[in-house]
Structures are given as C-alpha cells and as structure tokens.
Design a protein around this ligand. Structure first.
Ligand SMILES: Cc1ncc(C[n+]2csc(CCOP(=O)(O)OP(=O)(O)O)c2C)c(N)n1
Length: 258
C-alpha cells in the first residue's frame, strides 16, 4: 500500500463531521467500489478521500436506521487497509463482536442495503455467513475471533492453502479469557495467523483493568510494534489507521508485505 508519511499528515487530510446527514451524501469514489478488488485501482489520495466518504456514508446510513456508530467510525481506515491488502474472500477477515463490520459490509457489495439494518428482512447488524461470502464467522458474542480464526487457519494449513486469516479484536474483547486461550493455542500450533488489536481505549464504557493499563503504558512509551516478514518485531512508522493498532502476529504480517 502506498505509504502516508505520518499519522499527523493523515489526520490533517481527514474531515471532521459535526452533523448526521439527512439526505444521501455524494460519495462518488465509494459508489465506484462494487467489491474489495476495486480498491486496488485507487491512489493513496483517493483512498484517503474514500475513507472520508465512507465515514460520511456511515453517518448517514446509521443515522437513518440506528445501530452502532462509534465502533464503526473508528475502523474505517483499518477496513479499507485490510480489504486493500488482503485478497478477500480467499483471505479471511474475522471481526470480533462484529458490531464494527458496517464498513466491511459497505465495501463488500452491501452499500445500498446498509440502511436496512434493524428492519425486517434487512441486513444483520453483525457478520453473518448466510448473508455474504465475505462474512467468515457469525458473531455477536465478544472474544471469539482469535479462536475462530485459529480454526480457519489450521483448516487452511491442512488443505495446503496459503491464504491469510486476519482477526480484528478490540481492547475490550481482548480481556475475555477465550481470547487468551486462543492466543496460547495459536503459538502452540505455530499457526499462521494475523491478529490486529484495535486499542481505542473504549469498550461498552471506558476500558478498565490491568490489560487496559498495560496497553496505556505501551502507547505512552511512544513506540509502535510492527512485525517483519521474518516474524521479528520492528519499530514502524507506517501507521495507516486512525485507530491505534498494535499488530501482534505469529509469523506473517500481511500489512508489512507492501
Ligand atoms: C460474551 C459477550 N459479553 C459481552 C458482550 C457485550 N459487548 C458488546 S461490544 C463489547 C465490548 C466492545 O469493546 P471492544 O472490544 O474494545 O470493541 P470496540 O467497540 O471498542 O471496537 C461488549 C463487552 C458481548 N457482545 N459478548
């Protein structure tokens, strides 16, 4: 992915919205994305504009239908980056809880149905396997993504397929025991699994506890962790997402291949 020089440069380019649009905003770039592969035709500047358009569209759509706002607005860049870098649906994205998957739904061919969330026969508000081939795991419960992704990763290994499995888990969901159990087993299995911790310091309410304090200490120390192709942790300035992302990964990091 073409690099943006710094997070500061990126945030300068991003727009701030103060009202929820009542009419469908103009989103010409977003309208040109019928499937994730279309992202690869865009330049860096267009990808940044796309993030703005997508955020505005989410404000409009969730503004009409109700639904989860914050968690979705916080993963717009991350969702674009994942679908830009990965080859979905062969590569598999596993969202934890799944309440932050609206942008994913929009980029995977469900833009015009998004406002049907929460209405009869409408889109589900969470990833749902029956709804789309891009939804790899039916979610709702928190702390399940790493465990599910580990199973998918091992299945791919047994089938001799070299696809990437990426699990996106929030700092709140990461405090669930099942997530730690899965991390423990992933290392034991020497699994090829990408785990992205989306630490926005929020859960249902403010994040509390030892894990939250540890993450705060990590960020205050001012370094970003990235993983090279050889699996070694390296310092990395290529933070392309607005949300702070710690990438904790076993062996392979798709984000670093570009
Ligand atoms: C097993 C279970 N317990 C509780 C919940 C309620 N719940 C919904 S979202 C959430 C936490 C979300 O916080 P985080 O993982 O940090 O994600 P963010 O919203 O910040 O993206 C919780 C506990 C749930 N979905 N499943």
């Amino acid at each position: 992915m073409p690099a943006v020089d710094s997070a500061a440069q990126l945030s300068n380019l991003q727009q701030t919205y103060t009202v929820i649009p009542r009419v469908r905003p103009d989103t010409p770039l977003l309208d040109s994305i019928a499937a994730p592969a279309d992202l690869n035709t865009l330049t860096t500047a267009q990808l940044i504009t796309l993030a703005d358009e997508l955020r505005l569209f989410l404000l409009y759509s969730a503004g009409q239908s109700g639904g989860h706002f914050g968690a979705n607005l916080g993963v717009v860049e991350l969702t674009i980056a994942l679908h830009y870098l990965l080859d979905t649906p062969q590569d598999q994205i596993v969202w934890d809880v799944g309440h932050q998957a609206y942008a994913h739904k929009v980029l995977t061919g469900r833009r015009d149905q998004l406002a049907t969330i929460r209405s009869k026969d409408g889109l589900t508000a969470f990833p749902e396997r029956a709804e789309s081939v891009y939804d790899t795991f039916g979610v709702g419960h928190s702390s399940t993504s790493i465990s599910a992704g580990l199973g998918m990763s091992l299945a791919l290994r047994y089938q001799g397929r070299a696809q990437t499995v990426a699990c996106i888990i929030g700092d709140g969901a990461m405090t669930g025991g099942m997530a730690f159990e899965a991390m423990n087993d992933a290392v034991q299995q020497d699994a090829d699994l990408l785990v992205i911790l989306n630490d926005n310091d929020m859960s249902i309410s403010c994040s509390i506890g030892g894990f939250s304090r540890h993450l705060a200490m990590l960020w205050e120390s001012g370094y970003q962790v990235d993983i090279s192709d050889t699996g070694e942790p390296v310092l990395c300035q290529r933070l392309i997402c607005k949300a702070l992302i710690a990438v904790s990964v076993i062996k392979k990091c798709a984000m670093c291949r570009s």
